[in-house]
Design a protein around this ligand. Structure first.
Ligand SMILES: C[S@@+](CC[C@H](N)C(=O)[O-])C[C@H]1O[C@@H](n2cnc3c(N)ncnc32)[C@H](O)[C@@H]1O
Length: 264
């Protein structure tokens, strides 16, 4: 049975006289200031045409391996004909990868509030299997307890109210369904952290600005990672949001982490 997804008119990016934002806006947004939602929605809408290219180039293609690992953590093979959510789906890479898994016969809802991101992902999978929905992670147009699993890759850090976002995912999951979070993290080893810091705070913003033409998007990225909770504190917040059996693992020396929680 198809869960009642309402894919009404997508939320329009908030209007701004500026075409890009200043680094000050990025810093405020990274720190989860009042303007975070508007900044994030506008910024991703603006960088959408270059997002995929930059993603794979700047991560040296490691992001694909991380997404595959996160999908394994979703354990979709427990319900291969089920309904899944790719939250903060962006250009639909995770949802498309899930659809292509051998043995997967289910459907995926790709939800994102930056509609240009979804539009740039169109064509990665048939829409009757992977349905893009313009929706805010804090108010998903999905009924309670209908989904067999949910995954978010590099998205939850951008949600203005993390705790409300976690509760909203829990609301739409069936009891026992898994929620997987793949997110950047800060490597624990001082040596790795030094190299990572140089790359993330200097190389990445420069290349990102050059290729995307956006003034602050790739400055916001490392700043938002710095403000994001540590692995254990994210696990604690998942527990507070109602998930049980929360676990996490570092990947690539702690540059990223994968969290898993079970809906009650
Ligand atoms: C870094 S991208 C990740 C996209 C994709 N998951 C991937 O793996 O490439 C983060 C995405 O989160 C979306 N996002 C951030 N906050 C959101 C919210 N409150 N509701 C819906 N989408 C949101 C942004 O629009 C953006 O497309």
């Amino acid at each position: 049975m198809v869960p009642p997804v309402v894919s009404g008119p997508p939320a329009a990016p908030e209007q701004s006289a500026r075409t890009s934002d200043s680094s000050r806006d990025a810093a405020a947004a990274a720190a989860a200031g009042d303007g975070k939602r508007a900044y994030v929605q506008r910024m991703f809408s603006e960088i959408a045409p270059r997002y995929d290219l930059l993603n794979h180039v700047l991560s040296l293609n490691i992001d694909r391996a991380w997404r595959r690992k996160a999908l394994r953590a979703l354990a979709w093979d427990r319900a291969p004909k089920g309904f899944y959510l790719d939250l903060c789906a962006g250009t639909l890479d995770v949802g498309a990868m899930l659809i292509k898994q051998s043995g997967f016969e289910g459907r995926v809802i790709g939800a994102d509030f930056a509609v240009p991101m979804l539009q740039h992902g169109a064509g990665k999978a048939p829409t009757d299997r992977l349905t893009p929905v313009g929706a805010d992670a804090l108010a998903l147009p999905i009924a309670d307890r209908v989904l067999d699993g949910a995954i978010v890759a590099f998205g939850i850090r951008n949600v203005a109210d993390l705790d409300a976002g976690l509760r909203e995912v829990r609301r739409v999951l069936k009891p026992g369904a898994r929620f997987v979070i793949l997110e950047f993290s800060t490597p624990p080893s001082p040596l790795v952290r030094a190299g990572y810091h140089a790359y993330f705070h200097h190389v990445l913003p420069a290349v990102g600005r050059l290729v995307s033409g956006h003034g602050s998007a790739y400055t916001y990225l490392p700043m938002s990672v710095s403000h994001f909770p540590t692995e254990q504190s994210l696990a604690d917040r998942m527990l507070t949001a109602g998930f049980r059996d929360v676990s996490w693992q570092r990947v690539s020396f702690g540059i990223a982490a994968i969290h898993v929680g079970i809906a009650p």
